[in-house]
Design a protein around this ligand. Structure first.
Ligand SMILES: Nc1ncnc2c1ncn2[C@@H]1O[C@H](COP(=O)(O)OP(=O)(O)OP(=O)(O)O)[C@@H](O)[C@H]1O
Length: 310
């Protein structure tokens, strides 16, 4: 007979610390423990629409004129999204066009303030976005590397220590002193990728930037990402390249119409998402080459988008 069979616990109405349910971490503890916390975040864009400008004739005859009956319209891009990301987790965010993925990334990067809710990020962030935030085309590649790295929190000394490594990785030694407006979009993307991945970030946010450059650089970028994944950094990747999400991420969120539809293992979430999209079952592939059927069309679209986005 075991001790637990022979001895009955005293029945008491007094609170018993041993029997009390274990209290989970408090909000404040989670804020410190997690790498990223997104708490009931909403992001709205404010746009101006002219309700009368809905005909081609009206548009042409009133081109350049200000119309008196313009209306403000709010686009609810992110509608009450909550999730936590642990240190070292690699989270993929997938979803259809306009689902709110990039808006969510911009909010996490601190570029776009949420309309409501809260975002907590612990550690130094490095952001690699296909759209918008980038280098100054009037400045040389060299100046942009220095300014971009310092803006991300590196000291002048740290920047100089890493400078050669960054330029060498991007293979842009010959053009580093040219103004960046003279760079091709692929060259621009290579330098952006090199800077953001050589900053030793605690948190790396990558939005549709894995398909930058030619085949050689895709492979290089993929290898660099794998290296960062191996270093247990927290990484959030937004991509239409489902093969890359499957291979690199250990967690995945599917967003639609500004909300989270599903969160789970990348394979499970990706399969559900593709089924919802009416895409045939996934074929395992090498993400570096993005040869999967499910990705081919999307990476071509990404390419064309990336080419003009910097
Ligand atoms: N600057 C902006 N001003 C107004 N509306 C915007 C702006 N940027 C995005 N939106 C709108 O917000 C919604 C979410 O857009 P977002 O770019 O976050 O989607 P996404 O999931 O990243 O899409 P995609 O896969 O096409 O890149 C869309 O309805 C879009 O039209």
């Amino acid at each position: 007979m075991s001790v637990s069979d022979s001895v009955e616990a005293p029945v008491t109405s007094a609170p018993n610390a041993a029997n009390a349910p274990l209290a989970g971490p408090t909000e404040a503890e989670l804020d410190r423990e997690m790498s990223i916390r997104v708490k009931d975040v909403k992001v709205d864009y404010r746009t101006i629409v002219n309700p009368r400008a809905n005909t081609l004739r009206h548009t042409i005859t009133n081109l350049g004129r200000k119309s008196g009956d313009r209306k403000v319209r709010y686009i609810h891009a992110v509608r009450g999204v909550s999730f936590d990301v642990k240190h070292g987790q690699v989270l993929g965010i997938i979803g259809a066009n306009g689902a709110g993925k990039s808006t969510m990334m911009r909010a996490m990067a601190g570029i776009l303030p949420p309309s409501s809710g809260e975002i907590v990020v612990n550690g130094r962030i490095s952001v690699l976005l296909a759209l918008g935030v980038g280098f100054n085309g009037q400045l040389s590649g060299r100046d942009n590397v220095v300014l971009g790295s310092m803006a991300a929190g590196l000291t002048r000394k740290q920047v100089y220590e890493r400078f050669d490594q960054i330029v060498e990785w991007a293979e842009l030694e010959d053009v580093i002193d040219l103004p960046m407006k003279a760079y091709s979009s692929g060259m621009y993307g290579r330098l952006a990728f090199a800077v953001s991945t050589h900053l030793d970030p605690d948190v790396l946010l990558v939005d549709e930037a894995l398909s930058t450059g030619d085949a050689h650089f895709r492979r290089k970028s993929y290898d660099k990402m794998q290296e960062l994944v191996g270093q247990a950094r927290t990484i959030v990747i937004v991509s239409h390249g489902i093969a890359a999400i499957r291979e690199m991420c250990d967690d995945c969120i599917w967003m639609d119409k500004g909300q989270i539809v599903m969160r789970g293992k990348p394979d499970e979430v990706a399969d559900q998402y593709l089924e919802f999209q009416g895409v045939p079952p996934a074929k395992k592939s090498n993400a570096a080459d993005e040869t999967a059927d499910e990705d081919d069309d999307m990476s071509m679209i990404d390419d064309s988008l990336n080419s003009g986005d910097f």
